[in-house]
Design a protein around this ligand. Structure first.
Ligand code: NAD
Ligand code: UDP
Ligand code: UDP
Length: 329
């Protein structure tokens, strides 16, 4: 008997996390529709999937209605790095809020399961440490990070209102800093910045004194958490933290990247951005208990794989430049 493949929509599917998720879903036999407006995503990220029978890509902005037929939706569309989400903050809020309404409307019509890629930014500059899901956060609604933080908070509100009002099958994952191959080389996030700077022998830009902390999760671990959450019983709506609970200061990260690349880059100080959270680390008790999930990739291993990716990307770009070929941004 032939089994009909599950049809899965991934919004933001050509982005960093989205492209890894599309790959994982295709590999497990799903029929994947990637929807992206290519604001921060790249066709290169899904080039390996194009032409395979169970993958399809559609250029579309989720702030506009979308009429397709699917069984599950992962809603990842939204720029994630501070420089990208602050580039057009009004569009960022629209993507989170109007985009969520459209994707929830789509899921409602189809009776589809829908998972929201929320963020640790809903906790703002946290006053509780590590952050459990019950912590309600400390967000500045009118600061430069507000468009992202409040947009994501409102999207969570919408998910839970559709859940209560329309008995929908929702999942909300609060993702903490995730890194890995296919991060955008110019997106300004700390891991990609430090690696690209180290590989180019450029100064490593440490914002503030580098004592602020983050907890870095390797992309493969995160995707595993996504898939488990989607497959979990319907009463497990979340919100649920997904991240690596190993806390690292940004200064330690800089030293580690320099050591792993063998770079001669020096560290240079830059002002700390406004509202930059001082300390961030997930409490993943719930994910471990309810999903049997915890990250398994040590920071050093994940960084080594990410460095190899950027090394190859930068070499390719040098070769293309020498050959006079156009360079993708
Ligand atoms: P990314 O910028 O690489 O991917 C976002 C994708 O969404 C891009 O492909 C972009 O072109 C697309 N997009 C943006 N606006 C859109 C719109 N209006 N319509 C259609 N497509 C649109 O970022 P990422 O790191 O892959 O993040 C994916 C999701 O995970 C985001 O929702 C982000 O908020 C969330 N998240 C990521 C992290 C992380 O550390 N990577 C942490 C917390 C939350
Ligand atoms: N929507 C969509 N695709 C669908 C169904 C709905 O994009 O297949 C959009 C629709 O345009 C609407 C939004 O989702 O703006 C919310 O839909 P819902 O049914 O919740 O609300 P209503 O249509 O009643 O405003
Ligand atoms: N950061 C840094 N140098 C950089 C980029 C970022 O020191 O070149 C710091 C930034 O100030 C923050 C941390 O690294 O404290 C993580 O920044 P990122 O933009 O990656 O993510 P987020 O602040 O959203 O967690």
């Amino acid at each position: 008997m032939s089994v009909v493949a599950k049809r899965v929509l991934v919004t933001g599917g050509a982005g960093f996390l989205g492209s890894h998720l599309c790959e994982r879903l295709v590999a497990q036999g799903d029929d994947v529709l990637c929807v992206d407006n290519y604001f921060t995503g790249r066709k290169d990220n899904v080039a390996g999937l194009l032409g395979t029978p169970h993958f399809e890509a559609l250029r579309h902005d989720i702030t506009h209605p979308l009429f397709v037929e699917v069984d599950e939706i992962y809603n990842l569309a939204c720029p994630a790095s501070p420089i990208h989400y602050q580039f057009d903050p009004v569009q960022t809020t629209k993507t989170s809020v109007i985009g969520a309404i459209n994707m929830l409307g789509l899921a409602k019509r189809l009776k589809a399961k829908i998972l929201q890629a929320s963020t640790s930014e809903v906790y703002g500059d946290p006053g509780v440490h590590p952050q459990p899901e019950s912590y309600r956060g400390n967000v500045n609604p009118i600061g430069p990070r507000g468009c992202y933080d409040e947009g994501k908070r409102c999207a969570e509100t919408l998910f839970f209102d559709y859940f209560r009002q329309h008995q929908m099958r929702i999942r909300v994952a609060r993702i903490f800093n995730t890194y890995g191959p296919r991060m955008h080389p110019n997106d300004g996030r700390v891991v990609s910045n430090f690696i690209v700077q180290a590989l180019q022998g450029a100064p490593i830009t440490l914002y503030g004194d580098g004592s602020q902390t983050r907890a870095f999760c390797f992309v493969d671990d995160l995707i595993d958490g996504f898939v488990r959450l989607m497959a979990a019983p319907d009463h497990l709506t979340g919100p649920i933290n997904l991240g690596n609970p190993q806390e690292t200061s940004v200064a330690e990260l800089a030293e580690l990247v320099i050591a792993l690349t063998g770079s001669r880059s020096v560290i240079t100080r830059r002002p700390l951005p406004v509202d930059d959270p001082v300390q961030r680390c997930p409490d993943i008790t719930l994910a471990t208990k309810l999903l049997g999930w915890r990250p398994t990739t040590p920071l050093k291993d994940g960084l080594t794989r990410t460095i190899a990716y950027f090394d190859q990307l930068l070499s390719q770009r040098r070769e293309d430049a020498e050959a006079g070929a156009p360079i993708a941004v």
